[in-house]
Every structure is written in C-alpha cells, then in structure tokens.
Design a binder for this molecule. Structure first.
Ligand code: NDP
Ligand code: 2IT
Length: 450
C-alpha cells in the first residue's frame, strides 16, 4: 500500500464539511470523535494508510424512501423515511428508528455514526445503523400510527434482517410502534425472526430492555462517582425528557436513594422540590405512553410542583444531571449554569445532548462527564442480548439480565478509564472515542481495502 498523505485534523474536518453540506449534526458528531482519534493515531501509521477514520465517517449506505399513508380523514400523506447503515465491520448494523418531525438525513447520519462507536464499546458483535422518518406521532390515532408503521416497514423490510440490520426503538418509537412494524415484517416475509429488538415480552422481547437505557445511564453515573469515591445516595438529580430513557433514569436514581427534581418535554419542564418518587414516575409513564399527554399535566396532579413553559431544566441547582431528551438540548450557557451551581457528574441518556461548546465547559471544569455513546449504551447492549436470546430461542429472566446490564455498564466504564485516564482525571469522551474506535478499526484493517 502506498503511504497516504497525513491530513491534519482541520483539513480532515474541512473535507467532512465539504462532502456533507448543511449536515450540521453529522459534522458535529464526527468532529467530537475525530479530535481524539487524530491524537490517538498520530504515531499509528497503519490507521492512516488504510484511511480508517475517513471510511467510518462515510456511511456504508443511506437508503431513503417515500412513506405514503392515509390519515383518519382519508387524506393521503407523504413522509420521507431513511435507514443509514454506517458500518458493519464488527456485526450486523444495529440501531434505533426515530419518528419525529425534526428527523433529517443529517440527524440519522450523526446517530448512525455515534452508534458505531457505542455498539463497539458494549463488546457485543453489533455494527452501527439508524433509521427513521419525519413523521410526527403526536396527536395521531392508534390506527394512523399503525398504518404509518406498516407503510414504513413495507419498504424497510427489504433492507434489514437478523444477520443484516436489526432496528429498534428511539424517539417516537416504543413498544406500540415496534409491534406494528414487527407484525408487518412477519406478514410480508412469512418469517418469525429477531429482526427488531425492543419487542413485547409475548413475542420474543427481552426482559429489562424497556428499562435498560435509563438504568444503564444511572449505572454509568454510579460507576463514575464510585471511581472518584462518591455515591448516588442523598444526591439531587436534574433530568430532561419524560420518555423511555428519562423515566427509567428517574426510577433508578430514586431506587439508589437520590432525589429527582425535574422532568421535561418539548413544551417545558416541571420542577418538583419534594422529589419525583416512584408513584409520580408511574404517573408520568402512564401520562406519556397511555394517555399520550403533556408533562405540564403533572402539575394538575401534584400541586407542589411548578411548570416552566418553553424552558429547559439546567438552571435548577443539583448534584447530578442527566440529559435524556434529544440532541443539542444543553448549550454552553446551560453547562456554565450547571457548573456554577456545583454539579458533580453528568451522564447522557440522550445521544449528543450537549453542544460542542457545552462539552468544553464540562471538560475545562473537570466535571465527571459521561458522553452518550458510553453512558446510554445499556439500551443497545440489552438489544444485543435480545438478539442472542432470539437466535438461541430462549429467554433469560429479569434478574439475570439485570446482572448482565450492570456488568456491561461496568465494562464500558472500565474501557473509558483505560483509554481516558491521565493524572488522576478521567476524560470519558476521549476514553469512549478511542476504545470504540479501536475495535472497529482493527476489524477493518483485517478486511483490507473494502
Ligand atoms: P421517547 O420518545 O420515549 O421520549 C423522548 C422525550 O424527549 C420526550 O419527553 C420528548 O418530548 C422529548 N423530546 C424529543 N424531542 C425533543 C425536542 N426537540 N426538544 C425537547 N424535548 C424533546 O424517546 P427516548 O426516551 O427513547 O429517547 C430519548 C433520547 O435517548 C434520544 O436522544 C434517544 O436517541 C436516546 N436513546 C434512546 C435509547 C432507547 O433505548 N430508547 C437508547 C439510547 C439512547 P415530547 O413528548 O414533547 O416530544
Ligand atoms: O440510540 C440507541 O442506542 C438506541 N436508540 C437503541 C438502539 C438499539 O438497537 O437498541
């Protein structure tokens, strides 16, 4: 092989920007990873020669398709769907499906890129992918959601398979949507196989999968605190979001003796100084997954709480912060407010919730900061265990899966420490990026030029 020209980091990023015009989220995600990888590979000629980072930052393929469906008033509606298959060096593409009006190709490319590193960190054999549509489930009837999911799967099915690409849930895609999509896949192919994860318990879903991301994000935080000689017990926590990840993060913080002060949705946040206990969390779960209401309704039920319309919760004084809603929901000023108020640790349940400037604030303040690709990997890790159970046609119990999740999160934390600790401080971003990169890169080296 010829010796490649070593482009430097700024030149590399110029190329990424030029090749992906207008895709700001994707460029942001690549930038956050690339700065650490450039440092790591500076004396490693083989990665340069084989152009590994350049290849990981170019999805294997992006499939985009029309999703046509009929609403309850018989209007024909047209949405755009995608599946981004980023990298399958270490296993079948794996990653969630997002239904939200903000979904674009850039958002899904950033998520599929992040997923490649996250899945590698779990130690399980899974590549990185992500999919979705610019469909807004809010205010839609069950029948409308079902027709949309069926139409989406009628195109998607030809691109996925249990050894090819295994989607799961993400924002706007939970148990209901996975059920509709799995039913349609089975109907089209006449095959019952583990093609999706996050399935219902009755048809091959894994115990612990609904809880896994939120619980895992708290376990990651617990590991960070423990490494520094601290504990969750007695600490206050500010959480954003009120969906799958946020409610389960709140549940685990509460179980470990912490006090959850906030939850949010796109309308604003609620602040409950008395603490959001298990009964209140159950109320929110029901509100969001059954009633499909707004978080502001929390204050109709619990009078001690206040609703802050159009605001995010990062000004509320706390020891621990868990962003669990969406990307770029915590900016530089909000990171400064958290630091000023004495936050000790941040664990990201969401994917890339902190802006690059915000990350720098945490970095400079030497806050324990667990980036999404490490902290929220518990969800996809248990998805990996769901794949194993489906392949073996067995199911493990809740207790066993709970232990496996705890061990997986400990393992991910350990890898971040291994690659990110220097002079008594752990740079979890760097640790996660390098550990995630190395496994994928070494697999790609083994394949030669493909
Ligand atoms: P849900 O759809 O269950 O919940 C999403 C929550 O985030 C809702 O409270 C929603 O509010 C809020 N939200 C969504 N978009 C915005 C926005 N633009 N501004 C403010 N709030 C917003 O999704 P999940 O809980 O599954 O996902 C949350 C995050 O966790 C995402 O970043 C996802 O990628 C990540 N994640 C999820 C995993 C999983 O297993 N589910 C695994 C790993 C990461 P509203 O109701 O108003 O839309
Ligand atoms: O971002 C994520 O890791 C997910 N949405 C879960 C992916 C999965 O395949 O379980």
């Amino acid at each position: 092989m010829a010796v490649a020209d070593h482009v430097d980091f700024p030149t590399f990023m110029e190329g990424v920007k030029k090749r992906n015009p207008g895709q700001t989220e994707f460029v942001q995600a690549v930038q956050e990873v690339a700065q650490d990888i450039f440092e790591f590979i500076k004396d490693k000629e083989e990665y340069h020669e084989a152009q590994i980072l350049r290849r990981i930052a170019e999805p294997d393929r992006v499939v985009s398709f029309r999703v046509c469906w009929e609403d309850d008033n018989h209007n024909i509606r047209v949405q755009r769907g995608w599946r981004v298959q980023n990298n399958n060096a270490i296993g079948p593409y794996k990653g969630g499906i997002r239904f939200h009006p903000s979904v674009t190709e850039s958002v899904l490319k950033f998520l599929a890129f992040e997923q490649t590193f996250k899945n590698s960190l779990t130690g399980l054999p899974m590549g990185g992918g992500k999919g979705g549509a610019n469909f807004n489930p809010r205010g839609k009837s069950d029948s409308e959601v079902m027709r949309f999911c069926q139409s989406f799967m009628t195109e998607l099915y030809r691109h996925i398979g249990p050894d090819t690409d295994v989607p799961a849930g993400d924002i706007g895609v939970g148990g209901r949507e996975i059920g509709y999509m799995f039913g349609q896949y089975k109907r089209i192919t006449n095959r019952w196989e583990g093609v999706l994860t996050g399935k219902g318990q009755e048809y091959g879903g894994s115990q612990m999968r609904p809880e896994a991301t939120g619980y895992g994000a708290v376990y990651f935080m617990q590991n960070m605190l423990k490494h520094a000689g601290h504990d969750v017990e007695g600490k206050t926590a500010v959480i954003s979001g009120s969906g799958n990840v946020a409610t389960h993060a709140a549940e685990k913080i509460t179980q470990l003796g912490g006090k959850v002060l906030t939850l949010s949705d796109s309308g604003g946040f609620i602040h409950d100084p008395d603490g959001i206990d298990q009964a209140k969390i159950d109320f929110v779960k029901h509100l969001k997954t059954v009633k499909r209401g707004r978080i502001s309704e929390y204050c109709d039920e619990y009078k001690g709480a206040s609703f802050h319309e159009g605001k995010r919760p990062w000004d509320v004084e706390c020891d621990l912060a868990l962003p669990c809603a969406t990307q770029n929901e915590l900016n530089e000023d909000e990171a400064k407010a958290l630091v000023k108020n004495g936050v000790q640790a941040v664990s990201e349940g969401a994917n890339m919730p902190t802006t690059l400037d915000g990350v720098k604030v945490f970095h400079d303040a030497k806050i324990m900061y667990g980036p999404g690709k490490a902290a929220n990997a518990g969800g996809v890790a248990v998805s990996g265990l769901e794949m194993s159970q489906n392949s073996e046609r067995i199911s493990w119990n809740h207790e066993r899966l709970g232990e496996m999740l705890t061990e997986l999160m400990e393992g991910i934390h350990g890898k971040c420490v291994e690659y990110g600790e220097k002079d008594g401080h752990v740079d979890y971003v760097k640790g996660a990026n390098i550990a995630g990169f190395k496994k994928v890169a070494d697999a790609m080296l083994a394949f030669g030029v493909v």
